[in-house]
Design a protein around this ligand. Sequence first.
Ligand code: PMT
Length: 400
Amino acid sequence: MLTGKKITLGITGGIAAYKTAELVSGLVKNGADVRVVMTASAQKFIQPQTFSALTGNEVYTDIFHSSHQSGVLHINLAQDADLLVVAPATANIIAKAANGIADDLLSTIILAANIPVIMCPAMNTVMYRKPVVQMNIQKLKEYGTSFVGPSSGKLACGAQGTGRMSEPDEILEAIKNFFNPDLKGLNVLISAGPTREPLDPVRYITNRSSGKMGYNLARAAAERGANVVLVSGPVNLLPPERVELIKVETAEQMYKVMKEKFLETDIVLKAAAVADYRPKIMAGEKIKKDNDSLTLEMVKNPDILLELGKMKRHQMLVGFAAETNNVEEYARKKLEQKNLDMVVANNVSETGAGFDVDTNIVTIICRDGRIKKLPIMSKYNAAHRILDEIIKYRGEKAVE
Ligand code: PMT
């Protein structure tokens, strides 16, 4: 998949440097020719010999490298490659890159690069949140640098938060997608998160959807070159890069936006958990607790997917099914009832699946009867596997 691709891979001084060995191994297994550049700090965490053994190439650590003319080395590594990846990228290298500082081999390569650059940040969460770091990242994005991660979780310093380098398989996936954007030019419409159905000005009915499944689908589709519109209920997530985000609250608002966008869409993925009912009346004032009981009359919300199924022409329609029992049977019913091409079933009663967790366990069922059961994996990886099946399905339809 990466055969013949030349990748210059910069490693800076962070504990995540040990994970870069796995990344390099994955790149080499996929056929890439990897040339590794390490900063002095990176070498405190992992030995250059590890990377020379993995790549079969010399590892570069010094701008005044003995076996090269200094003037040629950094230009070669910066320009005679298809991609420059920095993993892990510390706050320091990000700051240098954002401000044109070139005081060692790697920072000089970054400044001299006329090839695409992907940075994979890794740092303490407080550092990552510092306005100056965010400003540097923003600046680099504006200059055209892409970022993979960081992700959230337990950091090397023991703190919990955002700042972990993305897992090697995620970075590898992003690099493969960079070279093979198989959704390029396609318009993908994704819904994510819960809807919020108001009772009065301060209260609402909602569900436990965090939006993670839908946001990971949006991220994965954008990485694969799609033009992504993400219609999101209220969640606490940052929108993925290169995605158009449209925020909604209620099912009716989500319906309106999805309908408007549907005609110009090629693929729809409905990962949102839409409220089936809403209170018939939204009280104009806060409801008082004057009575011992309160009866709410609920009315049905539009079934967005069902309506899109009726409007379907060339679009591929993918629904999700959150079930607690007879998962496949109920999912297939939804596929038929809503005129879907594919349904992604998750048994939300299983540990590590469904609402508000970082992982999912999904079964992908196609209209043609094909079925793929996936083991537990991160929602990001599940998103890519779902997109793989979509591409396969579209490919088979095209040759029918
Ligand atoms: O957001 P996370 O915390 O990451 O959790 C992910 C998830 C569990 C929400 C997601 O994986 C998922 O299963 N989403 C669908 C949840 C759901 O509402 O399932 P359902 O079986 O009730 O609905 C079936 C399909 O019809 C869904 O695609 C849903 O978006 C759609 N629907 C449902 C009701 C409605 N009124 N309109 C709809 O479009």
